[in-house]
Design a protein around this ligand. Structure first.
Ligand code: KG4
Ligand code: ZN
Length: 339
């Protein structure tokens, strides 16, 4: 079964072609980072217009690299939300237009849930080996931990009560004078630092607190930077921050593991999943198999949307696609049809 995945929720226009929900035939990502750089952040109206002009060529490239004809597409999956509403409308309109022309079903996809399936692309394991799983989505906008009994059952175990994990990397990066996005730059700088030199608070330490918090940690780093201590370098601060930021994710995952002893795997996704220190530390701290996305599937892409859409389609026997009147304002209206 060939699934086309369309992502346009923020500043990446991305389309991918997938076979049987896990095998990527092509994945094209056109980033708008350069366009928005001069404004210091994503401008929603500009982003929506950029998607409108990029979608057709990204689609042609995706189909051509996958070596298929558009008529061979069986299913179209598109991000319904969350995201910038104008950007979502452009993607959804493109998907619906294509669906009309090709006479194929179109599935609305939850972008956050889709990140989880981005970590499972290309994995040669059956559902029985993966589920139940604990799935973390740690990106610039979200820090969600789910307990999942199947590819489409998402039960939220913990989420951030203030900043997202990736957002805290970006803010701390800015404090340390590093370019945006801060995550990869902090990771690089931290390799030269000593994490024990700078004392930072351990957030939400109590076991009963199943949530994430990064705001206090960010403030502690700001205070440390202001102190401008000769004995503590920026590399030391980066190392201490990374240790606590990642340590908090791992602590909470381990508590969730204790509470759910039937868990067979851990799935880590979102931009923060690209962090090598995170990957090696969590793998060293548990015997449960951990799955991470390939580096190109950590950030937003069409392959994860196609993978989630495929799962939604097969787990509802196609019912999800019969809701032709869905739009980006009626968020996840199809959820009710799943149970
Ligand atoms: O999932 P993503 O590409 O975009 C969304 O926010 O949807 O995540 C981007 C976030 C940024 O905050 C970035 O700083 C963070 O992921 N990130 C990292 C690393 N690479 C990207 N954080 C820590 N270490 C990294 N190597
Ligand atoms: Zn995302």
């Amino acid at each position: 079964m060939i699934t086309l995945g369309i992502e346009s929720s923020c500043d990446e226009t991305a389309i991918a072609v997938l076979e049987n929900g896990r095998t990527v035939l092509s994945s094209i990502v056109s980033s708008q980072i350069q366009t928005h750089a001069k404004w210091g952040g994503v401008v929603p109206e500009i982003a929506a217009r950029e998607h409108a002009s990029a979608l057709n060529s990204v689609f042609c490239e995706a189909v051509s690299q996958a070596k298929i004809q558009p008529t061979e597409i069986d299913l179209i999956a598109v991000t319904q939300g969350p995201g910038l509403v104008g950007c979502l409308l452009v993607g959804a309109s493109f998907a619906k237009g294509l669906a009309q022309i090709l006479k194929k079903p179109v599935v609305p996809v939850n972008h956050i849930h889709a990140h989880v399936h981005g970590a499972l692309l290309g994995i040669d394991k059956g559902d029985a080996e993966i589920y139940p799983t604990l799935a973390l989505v740690a990106s610039g906008g979200h820090t969600n931990l789910y307990y999942m009994t199947s590819p489409v059952q998402f039960s939220l175990v913990a989420h951030t009560i203030d900043d997202a994990c990736g957002e805290s990397f970006d803010k701390v990066g800015k404090m340390l004078g590093l370019p945006y996005p801060g995550g990869p730059h902090i990771e690089r700088l931290a390799r030269q630092g000593d994490p024990t030199k700078c004392k930072l608070p351990r957030m939400l330490e109590r076991k009963s607190q199943m949530a994430f918090s990064y705001s206090g940690l960010k403030t502690a780093v700001a205070n440390q930077v202001k102190l401008n201590s000769k004995d503590i370098s920026h590399a030391d601060i980066a190392a201490a921050f990374q240790t606590e930021a990642v340590g908090q994710l791992i602590r909470k995952i381990k508590i969730a593991l204790e509470l759910n002893s039937n868990v067979k795997s851990i799935v880590i996704s979102g931009g923060v999943a690209a962090n090598q220190y995170f990957q090696s530390t969590i793998q060293a701290s548990t015997k449960v198999p951990c799955y991470f996305p390939g580096i190109v599937y950590c950030s937003d892409n069409g392959a994860m949307i196609a993978a989630m859409g495929y799962q939604d389609f097969i787990h509802t026997n196609g019912l999800v696609t019969s809701l032709h009147d869905w739009d980006v304002f009626s968020r996840y209206a199809f959820e009710q049809y799943k149970s």
